[in-house]
Design a protein around this ligand. Structure first.
Ligand SMILES: Nc1nc2c(c(=O)[nH]1)N[C@H]1C(S)=C(S)[C@@H](COP(=O)(O)OP(=O)(O)OC[C@H]3O[C@@H](n4cnc5c(=O)[nH]c(N)nc54)[C@H](O)[C@@H]3O)O[C@H]1N2
Ligand SMILES: Nc1nc2c(c(=O)[nH]1)N[C@H]1C(S)=C(S)[C@@H](COP(=O)(O)OP(=O)(O)OC[C@H]3O[C@@H](n4cnc5c(=O)[nH]c(N)nc54)[C@H](O)[C@@H]3O)O[C@H]1N2
Ligand code: SF4
Ligand SMILES: [Mo]
Length: 763
């Protein structure tokens, strides 16, 4: 038996784990007390990770689809030769528009993304689609306008705030904040601190709150606008903060003063007195922060919601301080900055061929991809790589995805499991699991202290599985984009004396890339093939962390030193890299001061630019808006986080202790009217399609609302779908106009009892 350190890979928290392994299997999984961020915390889902590591749908060998639709085992050599040949053909015949990359990292595997991204460069394409483009790009867009770059990402200091506003998020189940259940318990226990939850369901988090505003689904924009209007009318905004740190408040104030507060409170179905109480409580608290998630990001007014939520903490001066909201740093650059205004002027952004959609933070919205494949133009998407994603189940309108993917000339899926998407692929490439390779999460979203955890491989790869760095590097070698070896760089990497702090190697790398500029885009694979060979066994994948650590140490020099790393301007990055390589439980990257938030702003004046004309327009449009959903009695919240769902990461249903069917939650009065009882079967029908569901009575949901969980619908071992295939019901056009992210939390549906007819008796 051995004891090892790793992390959970099921959600963005990536809690540190201490695991015991015997005969190639996990025998015990606990929280790791030494993890600098999570300090031993885990939730019930992590203990089941064996069900991710080994199950009947795990892939073992590369597979190629045959004419009859079945899959045959092929060698890596054959698979990669064929794929490389077809990619080059498509690139030559149709150019970069013909290729798109989907996914590139789930909840815990972003190191592979550094390698897979290179394929886009090789194909001369910019079409990167991933899950962030169906949840968070509206938020990123607002950040771009406020702070000067879409890479400026906010965090919330829930642990230290006196007043916490949770809007459209259920951290008790979904986590997303440090050590969620402990943090919620602390908040609840302390009589001097206030927890407010805005959610149409009395969620597990709402049950612990001091105040729960059970808002009508899809009306948060009205509620937040009313709160902001109350704050400025009553003079509760922070004038000094606004004068010193922001621009555009006068214009915003004018918009807010025009808001009909009582009418908006009524539209959101919250008593005016409660709206006032929360607005005043938030604005007058010593420190306050807002934490939001899909409940306002995947519903009506997505981007406006993101703007208003940020205005709550900005107008009250709860930014750039302890207990407020702040910006944070990234080690892995998982977001880009793609400001669509540059398209209009300088034409530097790539618009999609059919929808003419621009990327946000470098990401295109999955909602438009089926059309980009299906349209008739020469510039349609013909070839796709899917990596670490299962779009057939997770992106809006599964039917449209299925039709479009079947039309592709080349579909390659890189995954650890035989997914619904993989079944449509021409080639399936088996990836080593996240416990069979060196991996890391890029979700290091903390401030003022940020951490990074490089995980070591715990098991040898299953069958012939390969880690993504190897898969993509081999592909680039086969497409001819990089040579098979870099002998000089490799030699320098091996010879580098420890004392030189990687400076010889970095100097040589810089010189090579300056001489061969066309290799710059493939730096990850080059570093992997050279420096990687000088790293400990299996660790080559981590090689690109050296240049990233150097950039990070250069940008945040004082904060990195404050975290205990030693070195001067030249050597600190190398020291940070060594710490990352050596510390099995993770490393503190940086310790900032709260006031450093201002230096993280990208606007030249280091101020927050509050006035965004597009948002003012949307805010005004609220007044005359009619809610969608007429003709449908229910609003389905399509995609609830529960105790036993975890995106599409667990496929074996045996991992679940409860809720095998992924039941539909419904208010008892609604159920009574439909003659539905606990466990009854019903159909749920949207404008798109219809699925069967099992009913669970829950007096916590609002009347007129029903909920279904996300993360079901898999065909495990070729079974019928297990639980709801949610995205058969959702639509790609029911979405935010600006970001094109879907309104999954606001799907109009009918629910009808399935009448079990007795077999007919013939006379
Ligand atoms: N157990 C579990 N945890 C997970 C995941 C998982 O699959 N399972 N997935 C992870 C991922 S990828 C993500 S993005 C996060 C998402 O995390 P969350 O967004 O926190 O989770 P959800 O349950 O999708 O939605 C949050 C809440 O929004 C509420 N809501 C619905 N409609 C509205 C509305 O109109 N207004 C308001 N104010 N609230 C509304 C719902 O009732 C729900 O309680 O969870 C992560 N954590
Ligand atoms: N209706 C509705 N739809 C939703 C949501 C909702 O609330 N409602 N939630 C949305 C949200 S927020 C998200 S984030 C998405 C998530 O949906 P996706 O982006 O599709 O991601 P996952 O479900 O996490 O799928 C991860 C895939 O990665 C594979 N995998 C695991 N480890 C590795 C590895 O090491 N390498 C490789 N190559 N593959 C690996 C798994 O087998 C799985 O197939 O779903 C979205 N879809
Ligand atoms: S699912 Fe999330 S919160 Fe739970 S143990 Fe895993 S990483 Fe931590
Ligand atoms: Mo997500």
């Amino acid at each position: 038996m051995t004891t090892e350190k790793t992390a959970c890979i099921l959600c963005s928290r990536n809690c540190g784990l201490t695991v015991e392994i015997e005969n190639g299997k996990f025998t015990r999984i606990r929280g790791d007390e030494d993890h600098p961020l999570t300090r031993g915390y885990i939730c019930q889902k992590a203990a089941r990770l064996t069900h991710y590591q080994s199950h009947d749908d795990r892939l073992h060998y590369p597979l190629k689809r045959q004419a009859d639709g079945s899959f045959a085992r092929v060698s890596w050599e054959t698979a990669l030769d064929d794929i490389a040949r077809q990619l080059v053909q498509i690139r030559t015949a149709h150019g970069g528009d013909a290729f798109a990359f989907v996914g590139g990292g789930g909840q815990g595997n972003h190191l592979g993304g550094a390698y897979s991204r290179q394929l886009l460069a090789a194909m001369k394409s910019r079409y990167a689609y991933n899950a962030l483009g169906q949840e968070k790009t509206g938020d990123f867009w607002v950040n771009g306008r406020l702070f000067g770059s879409q890479t400026c990402h906010t965090t919330e200091d829930v642990e230290h705030a006196d007043y916490v506003l949770f809007i459209g998020t259920n951290p008790f189940q979904a986590h997303g904040i440090p050590n969620a259940r402990d943090t919620l318990r602390e908040l609840k226990k302390n009589p001097d601190r206030t927890m407010v939850v805005i959610d149409p369901r009395r969620s597990e988090t709402a049950r612990q709150a001091d105040i729960h505003l059970q808002v009508k689904p899809g009306t948060d924009a009205y509620l937040m606008a009313a709160m902001l209007a109350i704050i400025v009318r009553e003079g509760l905004h922070d004038r000094d903060f606004l004068a010193q740190h922001c621009t555009g408040f006068a214009a915003l104030e004018k918009e807010l003063l025009a808001i009909p507060v009582a009418d908006y409170a009524q539209r959101s179905d919250i008593a005016l007195a409660d709206v006032e109480r929360v607005a005043r409580g938030f604005a007058t608290a010593r420190s306050a922060c807002v934490r939001i998630d899909l409940g306002i990001q995947q519903t009506l007014h997505t981007t406006l919601n993101g703007y208003l939520e940020k205005m709550l903490y900005l107008v009250t001066g709860n930014f750039g301080r302890k207990g407020g909201n702040n910006l944070h740093t990234f080690l892995l650059p998982i977001l880009g900055n793609t400001d669509e205004r540059k398209t209009r002027k300088g034409k530097t952004l790539k618009l999609t061929a059919h929808h003419r959609m621009h990327p946000i933070a470098g990401i295109y919205p999955p909602n438009i991809l089926p059309d980009e494949i299906e349209h008739k133009g020469e510039d349609r998407v013909r070839a796709i790589f899917v990596d670490s994603a299962n779009p057939l189940l997770t992106y809006a309108d599964s039917g449209a995805y299925e039709r479009a993917f079947k039309k592709l000339e080349l579909l390659v899926v890189v995954d650890v499991a035989m997914t619904e998407t993989a079944r449509l692929a021409h080639y399936i490439l088996p990836a080593a699991s996240q416990f069979e390779k060196w991996e890391a999460t890029g979700f290091n979203l903390e401030f003022p202290e940020n951490t990074f955890h490089l995980r070591h491989a715990l098991f040898p790869p299953t069958g012939e599985c390969l880690p993504e760095p190897e898969i993509y590097t081999r592909l680039l070698e086969k497409t001819g984009d990089i040579p098979a070896a870099f002998p000089r760089l490799e030699r320098i990497a091996r010879l580098e004396p420890k004392a030189s702090a990687h400076l010889l190697y970095m100097g040589a790398l810089g010189a090579t890339l300056a001489r061969h500029t066309k290799w710059q885009k493939f730096a990850a694979s080059i570093v992997y093939r050279t420096l990687g060979k000088a790293l400990p066994e299996g660790a080559a994948a981590a090689a690109p962390l050296l240049p990233l650590a150097m950039v990070y140490a250069g940008m945040h020099y004082r904060a990195v030193r404050r975290a205990g790393h030693q070195g001067n301007r030249l050597t600190l990055g190398s020291a940070l890299f060594r710490a990352i390589m050596e510390r099995r439980s993770g490393t503190v990257l940086s310790r900032h001061e709260f006031s450093d938030t201002w230096s993280l702003i990208k606007n030249r004046d280091k101020r927050v630019h509050l006035a965004i004309p597009e948002m003012f327009e949307e805010l005004r449009a609220l007044q005359s808006e009619i809610m969608p959903g007429a003709g449908f009695p229910f609003i389905l919240m399509a995609g609830e986080r529960r105790s036993y769902n975890a995106n599409q990461i667990y496929r074996d249903p045996a991992w679940r202790k409860v809720d095998p069917h992924g039941a539909m939650r419904m208010h008892p009065d609604d159920a009574r009217e439909l003659e539905l009882v606990e466990g009854a079967r019903a159909t749920c029908t949207s404008a798109r399609d219809s699925i069967n569901v099992v009913i669970e009575i829950d007096d916590g949901v609002r009347r007129g609302m029903v909920t279904l969980p996300h993360g079901y619908g898999m065909r495990y071992g070729n079974s019928a779908p297990i639980g709801p295939e949610l995205n058969r019901l959702t639509s790609a056009t029911h979405c935010d106009a600006l970001s094109r992210t879907p309104f999954h939390k606001h799907v109009p549906v009918h629910v009808r009892k399935i009448v079990e007819t007795a077999p007919e008796i013939s006379a």
